[in-house]
Design a protein around this ligand. Structure first.
Ligand code: GLN
Length: 203
């Protein structure tokens, strides 16, 4: 049973803990470096990336998180968590920092203010039954992936409407990110996919 931490400085921590437990992982909230040291993988939840960036520094988790990422720990970032994993941000705040590791450029609040939140069925082939059953994704003031480096796999894109073609799920090695919030739907296949990544990595 892999032990997976959820960054617990802001955002919908409880829902991620529930989703991870439901796919057979042991899930623990992480607020300090000593707790980070106990886990084999991490989830960075949605919230507000500028606030989470500041809190990571205040809680003295920024440097240890960067070290673990450099050391090959699997990390899954959702929404604001995707922004935290990105090497480059567009429409970020002045001074906004990320943890980085994922060779992507994300655009914050990319879908526009008039579409604060929306739902969309996404083809997401790598998930269990993903070919037959699309994933119903909830987007809340979400970023999209503006550009990806050569070692990044695109896992899902928007298929309809004005944002059709926009990339909303990516993976590079043991780093996974989605623009949307899979902890809110009760469809735990994204967490299942990530827990499998952690299991494989842990051997
Ligand atoms: N717009 C937020 C940000 O820039 C992300 C929103 C979310 O995580 N739901 O951090």
């Amino acid at each position: 049973q892999p032990v997976i931490g959820v960054l617990a400085v802001q955002g919908d921590v409880r829902e991620h803990l529930r989703a991870l437990e439901s796919v057979g992982a042991k899930a623990v909230p992480v607020r300090r470096a000593s707790e980070l040291a106990q886990v084999q993988g991490m989830v960075l939840p949605g919230g507000e990336s500028t606030t989470m960036d500041k809190l990571l520094r205040i809680f003295e988790l920024q440097a240890p998180m960067r070290e673990r990422i450099a050391g090959g720990m699997p990390v899954y970032g959702s929404c604001a968590g995707m922004i935290l994993l990105a090497d480059r941000i567009m429409d970020g705040q002045v001074d906004q920092q990320t943890l980085g590791g994922l060779d992507i450029t994300v655009r914050r609040n990319a879908f526009g203010r008039q579409v604060d939140s929306f739902e969309e069925n996404l083809p997401f082939a790598v998930l269990r039954d993903g070919e037959e059953h699309p994933y119903r994704a909830i987007f809340i003031r979400a970023p999209w992936v503006e550009a990806v480096g050569p070692s990044v796999d695109v896992l899902a894109s928007v298929t309809t409407g004005p944002a059709a073609g926009r990339v909303v799920a990516v993976r590079q090695g043991v780093l996974l990110a989605t623009s949307f919030h899979p902890e809110m739907t009760g469809d735990d296949r994204v967490h299942e996919y990530f827990a499998d990544m952690v299991r494989r990595r842990a051997g």
